[in-house]
Design a protein around this ligand. Structure first.
Ligand code: DOR
Ligand code: ZN
Length: 349
């Protein structure tokens, strides 16, 4: 067997799902993403949410102003769908290049989702229009009912909501975001080429024990919540399979330390600072370094119909020490892998 290489150069990658927030927190976290990624699909769950093209255009400007001088980075905006979303506004935003996609949050599913969709039937005119114009739909795939166990909410969503939606609108481009279960992997694999999924670094690295065994660890808590080990293994197999249906989306979700370390801690893992290094470690462990470029830089762009990025980034097999906390605007944020040392380091962009 050939020795493993000590450097890896890939086409500049994209993060197809993340949260930047706004204000001082946004200004603190954007540079971490811009140093690694050419583009990112930016989630709209601000408070209040980014529900229209005009709000998205303003938010895009504020993000652009937070990108360090000379760093080529393009935020790609999404609109937050509500029961009252106007199909004309969404279509105009897409045609005008302000919006890249729209996001479906089932009402109450996660952070700032209270104004989300209460019943997919209510937004059928928007979804039909999106299917007609080729605009992608990003989906938070969890049901919300109190009667459904939190570890089952993704699998139940597939049966109750996603499978019927995909059957009803067979040309709608759907990104099943941050998949966490073997059921989701299987659903995406079995669906048409219009259905794909993002996978986060944390769901490749941890199972639910990391959050709950030996003490409760709020920095390992995100939604959808990490599942049992069999699911993590299914996700690792999917991510490293080379299938164009699976691609990089960190779901980096910064919350200040005090909001995580609380009696009712927020959901979200801030993985942006060492995202590429984190994913690459998984690909190396799985013997799939040659498939990393597809996952990080090609599959997502092709699915979204975006041009592949010019330029490259290089990672070297060098220790990357992850700090215990990171400056996060008004307060510090604990990053994923805090205090650990990863095996690869991003050396040039
Ligand atoms: O853990 C999560 N955090 N999951 C989400 O879906 C939203 C995100 C956030 O905005 O904090
Ligand atoms: Zn997210």
């Amino acid at each position: 067997m050939a020795p493993a290489p000590d450097t890896l150069t890939i086409r500049r990658p994209d993060d197809l799902h993340l949260h930047f927030r706004d204000g001082a927190t946004m200004r603190a976290v954007v540079p971490w993403t811009a140093r690694q990624f050419a583009r990112a699909i930016v989630m709209p769950n601000l408070s209040p949410p980014v529900t229209t093209s005009a709000i998205a255009a303003g938010y895009r400007e504020r993000i652009g102003a937070a990108v360090p001088e000379g760093v080529p980075f393009e935020p790609l905006m999404t609109a937050y769908l509500t029961d009252d979303t106007d199909p004309d506004d969404i279509a105009a935003g897409f045609a005008g290049g302000v919006l890249t996609a729209a996001k479906l949050y089932p009402a109450g599913a996660t952070t700032n989702s209270a104004s989300g969709v209460t019943d997919i039937a209510r937004i059928m005119p928007v979804l039909e229009r999106m299917a007609a114009i080729g605009m992608p739909l990003c989906v938070h795939g969890e049901v919300t009912g109190a009667e459904v166990d939190i570890f089952d909410r993704e699998a139940v969503f597939i049966d109750r909501e996603l499978a019927p939606l995909v059957a009803r609108l067979p040309v709608l481009k759907v990104i099943f975001e941050h998949v966490t279960t073997a059921e989701a992997v299987q659903f995406v694999q079995g669906a048409g080429t219009n259905v794909a999924a993002t996978i986060t670094p944390q769901h490749l690295h941890i199972n639910r024990n990391a959050m709950l065994a030996g003490g409760i660890r709020p920095h390992m808590y995100c939604l959808p919540v990490a599942k049992r080990e069999t699911h993590r293994l299914a996700l690792r197999a999917a991510a490293t399979s080379g299938s164009p249906k699976f691609f990089l989306g960190t779901d980096s979700a910064p919350h200040h330390r005090h909001a995580k370390e609380a009696a009712c801690g927020c959901a979200g893992i801030f993985n942006a600072p060492f995202a590429l290094e984190s994913y690459l470690q998984v690909f190396e462990e799985e013997g799939a370094l040659d498939r990393f470029e597809g996952f990080a830089s090609e599959h997502g762009a092709r699915f979204y119909g975006l041009p592949l990025n010019e330029g490259v980034v290089t990672l070297e097999r060098l220790p990357a020490a992850v700090p215990a906390e990171i400056e996060g605007g008004e307060a510090s944020i604990v990053p994923f892998h805090a205090g650990d040392t990863l095996n690869w380091r991003l050396v040039s962009a």
